[in-house]
Design a protein around this ligand. Structure first.
Ligand SMILES: Nc1ncnc2c1ncn2[C@@H]1O[C@H](COP(=O)(O)OP(=O)(O)OP(=O)(O)O)[C@@H](O)[C@H]1O
Ligand SMILES: [Mg+2]
Length: 251
Protein backbone atom coordinates (compact mmCIF):
# COMPACT_ATOMS: atom_id res chain seq x y z
CA UNK A 1 0.00 0.00 0.00
CA UNK A 2 2.64 2.53 1.01
CA UNK A 3 5.62 3.61 -1.03
CA UNK A 4 8.05 1.18 0.62
CA UNK A 5 9.01 -0.35 -2.71
CA UNK A 6 9.61 3.00 -4.35
CA UNK A 7 13.32 3.51 -4.83
CA UNK A 8 13.36 7.22 -5.56
CA UNK A 9 10.77 9.82 -4.69
CA UNK A 10 10.53 12.57 -7.25
CA UNK A 11 8.80 15.76 -6.32
CA UNK A 12 6.05 16.74 -8.75
CA UNK A 13 5.51 20.16 -7.20
CA UNK A 14 6.74 22.06 -4.17
CA UNK A 15 6.82 25.46 -2.52
CA UNK A 16 9.68 26.74 -0.37
CA UNK A 17 9.20 29.43 2.31
CA UNK A 18 6.01 30.50 0.57
CA UNK A 19 4.53 33.79 1.76
CA UNK A 20 1.43 35.31 0.19
CA UNK A 21 0.13 38.66 1.36
CA UNK A 22 -3.08 40.02 -0.15
CA UNK A 23 -3.55 43.78 -0.11
CA UNK A 24 -1.40 46.20 1.82
CA UNK A 25 -1.36 48.27 4.98
CA UNK A 26 -3.97 47.75 7.68
CA UNK A 27 -6.19 45.61 5.51
CA UNK A 28 -3.49 43.20 4.31
CA UNK A 29 -3.98 39.48 4.85
CA UNK A 30 -1.08 37.09 5.25
CA UNK A 31 -2.70 34.06 3.58
CA UNK A 32 0.53 32.01 3.52
CA UNK A 33 3.03 32.59 6.28
CA UNK A 34 6.18 30.67 5.35
CA UNK A 35 4.96 27.32 4.00
CA UNK A 36 7.42 24.74 2.69
CA UNK A 37 5.86 21.58 1.36
CA UNK A 38 6.58 19.06 -1.37
CA UNK A 39 4.09 16.97 -3.29
CA UNK A 40 5.69 13.64 -4.23
CA UNK A 41 5.23 12.34 -7.77
CA UNK A 42 2.89 9.39 -8.21
CA UNK A 43 0.97 10.17 -5.05
CA UNK A 44 -2.36 11.62 -4.04
CA UNK A 45 -1.91 14.40 -1.47
CA UNK A 46 -4.75 16.25 0.24
CA UNK A 47 -4.42 19.77 1.66
CA UNK A 48 -6.70 20.13 4.68
CA UNK A 49 -7.40 23.00 7.00
CA UNK A 50 -10.16 25.25 8.32
CA UNK A 51 -11.83 27.84 6.10
CA UNK A 52 -9.45 30.73 5.48
CA UNK A 53 -6.34 28.72 6.41
CA UNK A 54 -4.79 29.31 2.98
CA UNK A 55 -5.54 26.05 1.14
CA UNK A 56 -6.73 27.57 -2.12
CA UNK A 57 -3.99 30.18 -2.00
CA UNK A 58 -1.37 27.47 -1.59
CA UNK A 59 -2.82 25.51 -4.49
CA UNK A 60 -3.06 28.54 -6.77
CA UNK A 61 0.52 29.60 -6.04
CA UNK A 62 1.90 26.04 -6.36
CA UNK A 63 0.12 25.66 -9.71
CA UNK A 64 1.26 29.00 -11.14
CA UNK A 65 -2.25 30.51 -11.16
CA UNK A 66 -1.08 33.18 -8.72
CA UNK A 67 2.32 34.48 -7.64
CA UNK A 68 3.94 34.40 -4.21
CA UNK A 69 4.89 37.54 -2.29
CA UNK A 70 8.13 35.78 -1.35
CA UNK A 71 9.51 32.26 -1.52
CA UNK A 72 9.51 29.95 -4.53
CA UNK A 73 7.14 27.53 -6.26
CA UNK A 74 8.35 24.69 -8.45
CA UNK A 75 6.75 22.26 -10.89
CA UNK A 76 9.28 19.45 -11.22
CA UNK A 77 12.60 21.23 -11.65
CA UNK A 78 11.08 24.43 -13.00
CA UNK A 79 10.92 27.42 -10.67
CA UNK A 80 7.78 29.28 -11.68
CA UNK A 81 9.12 32.70 -10.70
CA UNK A 82 11.78 32.45 -13.41
CA UNK A 83 9.21 32.10 -16.20
CA UNK A 84 7.82 34.99 -18.23
CA UNK A 85 4.05 35.09 -18.82
CA UNK A 86 4.23 33.14 -22.05
CA UNK A 87 6.36 30.36 -20.60
CA UNK A 88 4.19 30.21 -17.51
CA UNK A 89 1.09 29.80 -19.68
CA UNK A 90 2.77 27.04 -21.67
CA UNK A 91 3.95 25.32 -18.51
CA UNK A 92 0.42 25.37 -17.07
CA UNK A 93 -1.02 24.11 -20.32
CA UNK A 94 1.47 21.31 -20.87
CA UNK A 95 2.41 20.14 -17.40
CA UNK A 96 -0.48 20.91 -15.07
CA UNK A 97 -4.12 19.82 -14.98
CA UNK A 98 -6.92 21.42 -12.98
CA UNK A 99 -10.23 20.31 -11.49
CA UNK A 100 -12.41 22.89 -9.78
CA UNK A 101 -15.59 22.73 -7.74
CA UNK A 102 -17.56 24.01 -10.74
CA UNK A 103 -16.95 21.53 -13.53
CA UNK A 104 -16.23 24.26 -16.12
CA UNK A 105 -17.19 22.10 -19.10
CA UNK A 106 -18.05 23.67 -22.44
CA UNK A 107 -21.82 23.11 -22.83
CA UNK A 108 -21.82 22.96 -26.62
CA UNK A 109 -19.13 20.27 -26.81
CA UNK A 110 -19.63 16.54 -26.30
CA UNK A 111 -17.97 14.58 -23.52
CA UNK A 112 -15.11 13.40 -25.70
CA UNK A 113 -14.62 16.88 -27.17
CA UNK A 114 -14.47 18.35 -23.68
CA UNK A 115 -11.89 15.76 -22.63
CA UNK A 116 -9.58 16.50 -25.55
CA UNK A 117 -10.22 20.27 -25.62
CA UNK A 118 -6.94 21.29 -23.93
CA UNK A 119 -5.02 19.17 -26.43
CA UNK A 120 -7.02 20.50 -29.37
CA UNK A 121 -6.33 24.07 -28.26
CA UNK A 122 -2.64 23.25 -28.04
CA UNK A 123 -2.75 21.81 -31.58
CA UNK A 124 -1.76 18.48 -30.12
CA UNK A 125 -3.38 15.24 -31.34
CA UNK A 126 -2.64 13.72 -27.95
CA UNK A 127 -1.88 10.16 -27.09
CA UNK A 128 -4.87 8.19 -28.40
CA UNK A 129 -4.19 5.11 -26.27
CA UNK A 130 -3.85 7.21 -23.15
CA UNK A 131 -7.13 9.06 -23.79
CA UNK A 132 -8.82 5.76 -24.54
CA UNK A 133 -7.57 4.24 -21.28
CA UNK A 134 -8.63 7.38 -19.41
CA UNK A 135 -12.17 7.12 -20.76
CA UNK A 136 -12.38 3.65 -19.23
CA UNK A 137 -10.82 4.74 -15.94
CA UNK A 138 -13.45 7.48 -15.56
CA UNK A 139 -16.23 5.15 -16.75
CA UNK A 140 -17.56 7.40 -19.53
CA UNK A 141 -17.37 5.03 -22.47
CA UNK A 142 -21.16 5.00 -22.86
CA UNK A 143 -21.50 8.79 -22.67
CA UNK A 144 -18.87 10.02 -25.11
CA UNK A 145 -21.27 11.82 -27.44
CA UNK A 146 -23.53 13.32 -24.77
CA UNK A 147 -23.45 17.02 -23.89
CA UNK A 148 -22.67 18.07 -20.30
CA UNK A 149 -26.33 19.06 -19.71
CA UNK A 150 -27.29 15.43 -20.31
CA UNK A 151 -25.05 14.22 -17.49
CA UNK A 152 -25.35 14.14 -13.71
CA UNK A 153 -23.09 16.36 -11.62
CA UNK A 154 -20.88 13.41 -10.75
CA UNK A 155 -20.56 12.41 -14.40
CA UNK A 156 -19.71 15.99 -15.34
CA UNK A 157 -16.98 16.09 -12.73
CA UNK A 158 -15.63 12.77 -14.08
CA UNK A 159 -15.37 14.44 -17.49
CA UNK A 160 -13.47 17.30 -15.85
CA UNK A 161 -11.13 14.76 -14.21
CA UNK A 162 -10.49 13.05 -17.55
CA UNK A 163 -9.86 16.45 -19.16
CA UNK A 164 -7.37 17.33 -16.42
CA UNK A 165 -5.37 14.16 -17.11
CA UNK A 166 -5.70 14.19 -20.91
CA UNK A 167 -2.36 15.86 -21.61
CA UNK A 168 -0.47 13.54 -19.21
CA UNK A 169 0.35 16.41 -16.87
CA UNK A 170 3.05 16.14 -14.21
CA UNK A 171 0.48 17.10 -11.60
CA UNK A 172 -3.27 17.63 -11.36
CA UNK A 173 -4.48 20.19 -8.83
CA UNK A 174 -8.06 19.88 -7.59
CA UNK A 175 -9.77 22.51 -5.40
CA UNK A 176 -12.77 21.06 -3.52
CA UNK A 177 -13.62 18.80 -6.50
CA UNK A 178 -16.54 17.24 -4.64
CA UNK A 179 -17.90 20.49 -3.18
CA UNK A 180 -20.94 20.49 -5.48
CA UNK A 181 -21.68 16.78 -5.34
CA UNK A 182 -23.85 14.61 -3.15
CA UNK A 183 -21.88 12.16 -1.02
CA UNK A 184 -22.32 9.21 -3.40
CA UNK A 185 -21.17 11.09 -6.51
CA UNK A 186 -18.42 12.65 -4.42
CA UNK A 187 -17.19 9.20 -3.40
CA UNK A 188 -17.12 8.18 -7.08
CA UNK A 189 -15.02 11.17 -8.06
CA UNK A 190 -12.64 10.67 -5.12
CA UNK A 191 -12.31 6.97 -5.87
CA UNK A 192 -11.60 7.94 -9.46
CA UNK A 193 -8.85 10.38 -8.47
CA UNK A 194 -7.27 7.70 -6.28
CA UNK A 195 -7.51 5.04 -9.02
CA UNK A 196 -6.05 7.35 -11.63
CA UNK A 197 -3.07 8.07 -9.39
CA UNK A 198 -2.51 4.39 -8.60
CA UNK A 199 -3.22 2.91 -12.04
CA UNK A 200 -1.45 5.53 -14.10
CA UNK A 201 1.25 6.76 -11.69
CA UNK A 202 -0.01 10.35 -11.96
CA UNK A 203 0.16 12.96 -9.20
CA UNK A 204 -2.84 14.66 -7.61
CA UNK A 205 -2.90 17.50 -5.09
CA UNK A 206 -6.42 18.07 -3.75
CA UNK A 207 -7.70 20.86 -1.53
CA UNK A 208 -10.58 19.83 0.70
CA UNK A 209 -12.10 20.64 4.05
CA UNK A 210 -13.85 17.26 4.22
CA UNK A 211 -12.13 14.52 6.30
CA UNK A 212 -13.92 11.80 4.30
CA UNK A 213 -12.50 13.23 1.07
CA UNK A 214 -9.03 13.61 2.58
CA UNK A 215 -9.07 9.94 3.60
CA UNK A 216 -8.87 8.97 -0.10
CA UNK A 217 -5.41 10.51 -0.30
CA UNK A 218 -2.07 8.81 0.40
CA UNK A 219 -1.05 11.69 2.59
CA UNK A 220 -2.73 14.73 4.15
CA UNK A 221 -0.96 18.02 4.86
CA UNK A 222 -2.65 20.34 7.35
CA UNK A 223 -2.69 24.11 7.14
CA UNK A 224 -3.78 26.48 9.89
CA UNK A 225 -3.47 30.27 9.72
CA UNK A 226 -1.29 30.10 6.63
CA UNK A 227 1.20 27.67 8.13
CA UNK A 228 1.87 23.99 7.58
CA UNK A 229 1.13 22.40 10.93
CA UNK A 230 1.16 18.64 10.31
CA UNK A 231 1.35 15.81 7.78
CA UNK A 232 -0.38 12.43 8.03
CA UNK A 233 0.23 9.32 5.94
CA UNK A 234 -2.40 6.59 5.49
CA UNK A 235 -5.20 8.89 6.65
CA UNK A 236 -8.60 7.71 7.78
CA UNK A 237 -11.59 10.04 8.08
CA UNK A 238 -11.58 9.58 11.88
CA UNK A 239 -7.89 10.38 12.24
CA UNK A 240 -8.23 13.46 10.04
CA UNK A 241 -11.32 14.60 11.94
CA UNK A 242 -9.49 14.23 15.26
CA UNK A 243 -6.58 16.26 13.94
CA UNK A 244 -8.94 18.97 12.66
CA UNK A 245 -10.73 19.18 16.02
CA UNK A 246 -7.45 20.17 17.61
CA UNK A 247 -7.46 23.36 15.48
CA UNK A 248 -10.84 24.36 16.77
CA UNK A 249 -9.92 24.42 20.45
CA UNK A 250 -10.00 28.09 21.44
CA UNK A 251 -6.57 29.26 22.56
N1 LIG B 1 -7.96 37.72 -3.54
C1 LIG B 1 -7.89 37.91 -2.22
N2 LIG B 1 -7.80 39.14 -1.69
C2 LIG B 1 -7.70 39.33 -0.35
N3 LIG B 1 -7.69 38.32 0.55
C3 LIG B 1 -7.79 37.09 0.09
C4 LIG B 1 -7.90 36.78 -1.32
N4 LIG B 1 -7.98 35.44 -1.49
C5 LIG B 1 -7.94 34.92 -0.25
N5 LIG B 1 -7.82 35.89 0.70
C6 LIG B 1 -7.71 35.69 2.15
O1 LIG B 1 -6.61 34.83 2.39
C7 LIG B 1 -6.92 33.88 3.42
C8 LIG B 1 -6.77 32.47 2.86
O2 LIG B 1 -7.78 32.27 1.87
P1 LIG B 1 -7.95 30.91 1.07
O3 LIG B 1 -8.97 31.12 0.03
O4 LIG B 1 -6.61 30.43 0.63
O5 LIG B 1 -8.48 29.93 2.22
P2 LIG B 1 -9.06 28.44 2.13
O6 LIG B 1 -8.29 27.65 3.15
O7 LIG B 1 -9.03 27.96 0.74
O8 LIG B 1 -10.55 28.62 2.66
P3 LIG B 1 -11.92 27.86 2.23
O9 LIG B 1 -11.89 26.52 2.93
O10 LIG B 1 -12.98 28.73 2.81
O11 LIG B 1 -11.96 27.76 0.74
C9 LIG B 1 -8.31 34.22 3.90
O12 LIG B 1 -8.19 35.04 5.04
C10 LIG B 1 -8.91 34.99 2.74
O13 LIG B 1 -9.87 35.89 3.18
MG1 LIG C 1 -10.57 27.47 -0.66
Amino acid sequence: MTATTTTTTRTAARVVDAVKVYGSGDTSVRALDGVSVDFPAGRFTAIMGPSGSGKSTLMHCAAGLDTLTSGTAHIGDTELGTLDDRRLTLMRRDRVGFVFQAYNLVPTLTVVENITLPLDLAGDTGDKEWIDALIDVVGLRGRLHHRPSELSGGQQQRVAVARAFAGRPDVVFADEPTGNLDSRSGEEVLGLLGRTVRQTARTVVMVTHDPVAAAHADEVVFLADGRLVDRMTSPTADKVLDRMKAFEVPS
